[in-house]
Design a protein around this ligand. Structure first.
Ligand code: THU
Length: 166
């Protein structure tokens, strides 16, 4: 038997927005704007995501729910798939996520779900460059994490499923 220690998750926590760069503050503002347009009539929980690409374009996403509940999609995947559809191959530099509503006045950072981590990781692995992640509730602390992979150390990675041309 061998014990394997996977890398620990390193989180930078900020109490004030002003501790972040202006670009990062703007990305969080874009996520908040997207959050306000979420379609979340069933959960009442709004999530917004904004990603900045290498070409400077900012792509937004928000959660899109459906009366057949599992048919809906999280904000992060809406944003990443939107970027993949519009700007294939363009590197993703940073992602900001904000979440909450009057019903859920979250005052702590909201972390992406497991399925979103796996989906986002594929983009990070393809581009060979870590994506910085910022997350926040409606207010309060902001977490900054470098690399989606650090959020999912033992991710699904089946080499046998070879990539075709795309
Ligand atoms: N949701 C997201 O948009 N992102 C996540 O990472 C977790 C959850 C959405 C899905 C659903 O519309 C609502 O939040 C409640 O789960």
């Amino acid at each position: 038997m061998e014990k394997i220690i996977l890398p620990a998750l390193e989180v930078e926590a900020f109490d004030e927005l002003s501790e972040l760069s202006v670009d990062e503050q703007m990305l969080l503002a874009q996520a908040t704007e997207a959050m306000q347009r979420a379609y979340a009539p069933y959960s009442g929980f709004r999530v917004g995501a904004a990603i900045v690409l290498e070409n400077g374009v900012i792509v937004q996403g928000n959660n899109q729910e459906n009366m057949a509940y599992p048919s809906g999609l999280c904000a992060e995947r809406v944003a990443f798939f939107h970027a993949g559809a519009m700007y294939p191959g363009e590197r993703i530099h940073k992602l900001a996520i904000t979440a909450g509503s009057d019903q859920f006045p979250s005052e702590r950072p909201i972390a992406p779900c497991g399925a979103c981590r796996q989906s986002m990781l594929e983009y990070e692995l393809n581009q060979g460059q870590p994506i910085t992640l910022l997350m926040r509730g409606l207010k309060g602390r902001i977490y900054r994490i470098k690399g989606i992979q650090s959020l999912l150390p033992l991710y699904f990675n089946e080499e046998g499923l070879k990539k075709g041309s795309y």
